[in-house]
Every structure is written in C-alpha cells, then in structure tokens.
Design a protein around this ligand. Sequence first.
Ligand code: ADP
Length: 187
Amino acid sequence: MQTSKALDGPFLNGRVCLVVGDITKQTVDVIVNAANSTLLGGGGVDGAIHRVGGAAILEECCEIRRSRYPQGLPSGEAVITTAGNLPARFVVHTVGPIYGRHDEREAELLAACYKNSLRLAVQNSMLSIAFPAISTGVYGYPPAEAAVATSQAIMEFLATGNLLNEVRLVFFKQSDMNVFLRHHKFR
Ligand code: ADP
C-alpha cells in the first residue's frame, strides 16, 4: 500500500509539487493569476493578487490592455507583469475558459493557459512558478476534469526541454488537492 507521502508527489522527477495554501504567499519567481479577459481585476485569485500586489500590477495590466489587447485578453493566452509587493518576482496573468462556454474546447483552452504561462516563464529565465487551479472557481470547471487537462499540459511542456525546476500547484483547500491527486495523469 502506498503511503500518503508517496501519493502527494513530487512528480516528474521532483519538478512538480503540490501544496495547500494561498497563491499570494508563494515565494517563487513567478505566480500565475487566474485573471479575466479585462485584466482589470476581479474576485478569487485575481482579487487577492491585486489586493496584496498593489497598484503597480494594475497599472501594467491597463497598459497591456491599451497597447496590445484593446478587446481584452483571449481565453488561453497569457501576459506577464511585475509582482508589485508580492514575494514573487513576476505575475503571469492568464484567462481560463468558462466551463460550458467554448463549444467543447475547454480542455484545449485550459491546457493553453498552462502551456502559455510556462512558456512566458521560460522566456523570462524564470526557474520556479506557482499556479492556482485555474478555472475551477467562478469559471466552473469541474476540478476532476481540470486535473486531467492541467497535468497533461504540464507534463507535455516539461518534456520539451527547459530549465524550469519547480512547478508548484497551489490548492486553496486540502479537499481540492485530494481531487487533483485522484485524477492527475502525471507518470
Ligand atoms: P477562475 O475564475 O479561473 O475559476 P477563481 O479565482 O474563481 O478563478 O478560482 C480558481 C481556484 O483558485 C479555485 O479553486 C479557488 O478555490 C482557488 N483560490 C481562490 N483564492 C485563492 C488563493 N488566494 N490562493 C490559492 N487558490 C485560491
């Protein structure tokens, strides 16, 4: 019988770990925001990141909207800003799919969120990144299904050869982590 320690990971040669906690408290190079397409803040993870990170993040988001995405950031895409007062160095903002609103392209879009966020981190020479469980809050993505898409996307990205040495998956509650542990595809 496996112990709970073995079940909790780490996974993928120690490059992926799971924790229960608050995304805003993670001391890593970059944390990922479960943003909405306005990039102007919201509730949940988004609200917490802007609240703790301060005005510098919103200022950069406004500039990105103005200069690059006047119609808003599309689902699956990602952009990077300062982390302001957060312990991380940068924030990647990505827009998860709203479950049931994308003609069955939700899994593809959720995978794109993770892969585009990881790509931005690597392009900016980051070695560690922390993700919340994108789309599983207000956006209604069933956590078990999200675990499948998320773990496959991370596994595929890490196999492409890059220097990222820590992908930390941050769950707000132990029960959320337990669902992920039952459904992930890491091997
Ligand atoms: P989305 O709109 O993409 O669904 P939410 O912010 O509503 O994003 O929620 C995404 C997930 O993050 C949910 O599982 C929620 O419980 C969790 N969450 C909310 N606040 C935090 C936080 N401060 N740190 C980590 N996870 C959080």
